[in-house]
Design a protein around this ligand. Structure first.
Ligand SMILES: Cc1ncc(COP(=O)(O)O)c(C=O)c1O
Length: 436
């Protein structure tokens, strides 16, 4: 019997971490009020609570206008449509992200163009962008991933030079700030998700923010079945859909918004405490703390596992060992979208992929930094485990240090053992990739 829990030893932690999401009596009351009002849906549009929430959320992020929508994937579709992305237009995206960043581009019969990420932040690498710009490029779609920001200074410069829209995917960045400006407010449009795992959630939900009235009106119209918005300055007429948020979801989001600042403070203090411990441990790497990030939105704590410094023990064994010590964690949280089983693109299904060229075959794309992050290196710790006490946080660091001190126990461990012991929760087959 070894020292590690995965080889039969005592786990560091048996207690549960603080549960997520957090709710209280006020939320129950608000839901009851919506129930009794019989005003449940998103229509009349924008409905009372959804609008009040969207404006308050836009203010928090420093944008003039906010629109609540059904989920984060739809927020991206709405933003692309608002920015005027049309069939055949090219939109540059980072490869290392959730499939929902990319699917909406294809849905509009536009063309996603993948670039690699910066190894220090796992966010879109600005140095890769200009090489893939063509006369058809219309927008850049950076993702602020994990706890980092894409370099919005460099991305903004490129966008201005080539007259491109910037649409920020801020699904991980509620409350985050770049040079004191809220995530989503530096570019043309910002898109948020309120899916269950996110820093604010109502189960499913999303928001689009912008400083431009024209974009806001187009976004409103597209979200509300193509109806003209209240102000209708720009007389947009487009085919739209019902992408509205319900009043129940908005009631929960109002509570989530109130809790966000206090939660962010606890989370950040605990993550910094944690980083002081693991930042000096051989075999691990941390992502760059960019001084231009003036408020960290730490959706997940992301760090690097460096197998070549640890005798080649694969990440699956390391993470499986941590999980059996009682610490939830994930490795294959994202993978390069072009390699994902959730991205089975046939050019024939998306005509713009073949317009005026050889059909684009995403299978031939290669982004080595994204591939290394996805399949070897990245380790993701969920944010809710940093919402507890300092002692809870110390358990996380203790577990990691314990596993590294006894890494020799993991050499030669059969994959079946890792899977069984870690309840198959780490390196699952790709189709079962989870977002807890
Ligand atoms: C980076 C990123 N973009 C987009 C989305 C899509 O959000 P949703 O799941 O609310 O559709 C998510 C979340 O799941 C995400 O993590």
């Amino acid at each position: 019997m070894g020292k590690l829990a995965i080889t039969g030893g005592r786990p560091i932690r048996r207690k549960r971490f603080p549960p997520w999401p957090v709710y209280g009596r006020q939320d129950a009351l608000a839901l009851q009020q919506v129930l009794e009002s019989r005003n449940w849906g998103g229509y009349p549009f924008p409905n009372e609570r959804a609008d009040r929430f969207a404006q308050a959320f836009a203010r928090l992020q420093g944008a003039k206008y906010g629109l609540a929508v059904a989920n984060g994937t739809i927020a991206i579709e709405v933003a692309l449509k608002a920015a005027g992305i049309a069939p055949g237009d090219e939109v540059i995206v980072p490869a290392y992200t959730w499939e929902g960043t990319v699917g909406p581009i294809l849905l509009l019969n536009a063309v996603p163009v993948f670039v690699d990420v910066d190894p220090d932040t796992y966010c879109m690498d600005p140095q890769q962008i200009e090489a893939v710009i063509t006369p058809r490029t219309r927008a850049l779609l950076p993702v602020h991933l994990g706890m980092c920001f894409a370099d919005l200074d460099a991305i903004g410069r490129i966008a201005r030079k080539h007259k491109l829209a910037v649409i920020e995917d801020c699904a991980h960045a509620h409350g985050g700030r770049w040079r004191k400006k809220g995530a989503g407010a530096s570019g043309d449009l910002g898109c948020f998700s309120f899916q269950s795992s996110k820093l604010m959630t109502c189960g499913e939900g999303g928001a689009v923010i912008t400083n431009k009235l024209e974009y806001f009106e187009r976004a409103q119209s597209y979200t509300n079945c193509g109806r003209a918005s209240d102000s209708d300055h720009f007389r947009h007429r487009l085919i739209g859909f019902n992408y509205r948020l319900t009043e129940f979801q908005a009631a929960l989001l109002e509570g989530q918004l109130q809790r966000l600042p206090a939660q962010a403070e606890i989370r950040q203090a605990n993550m910094e405490r944690f980083e002081r411990r693991i930042g000096v441990v051989a075999g691990l790497g941390t992502l760059r703390r960019d001084a231009r990030i003036t408020a960290v939105a730490a959706y997940q704590y992301v760090f690097k596992y460096l197998p070549e410094q640890l005798g080649g023990v694969p990440r699956a064994a390391f993470l499986g060992a941590i999980e059996t010590e009682g610490i939830p964690c994930d490795g294959l949280f994202y993978e390069p979208v072009y390699r994902s089983a959730l991205f089975p693109v046939e050019p024939a299904d998306f005509p713009a992929l073949s317009w005026g060229r050889q059909p684009i075959d995403f299978k031939s794309v290669r982004c080595p930094v994204s591939e290394r992050a996805a399949y070897q290196e990245a380790a993701w710790l969920p944010h809710h485990i940093f919402l507890g006490t300092r002692a809870d946080t110390d358990d996380i660091a203790d577990a990691i240090e314990k596993v590294l001190e006894n890494i020799s126990e993991l050499r030669g461990l059969r994959h079946a053992t890792i899977e069984r012991q870690a309840m198959s929760r780490v390196e699952r087959p790709r189709v079962e990739k989870r977002q807890w």
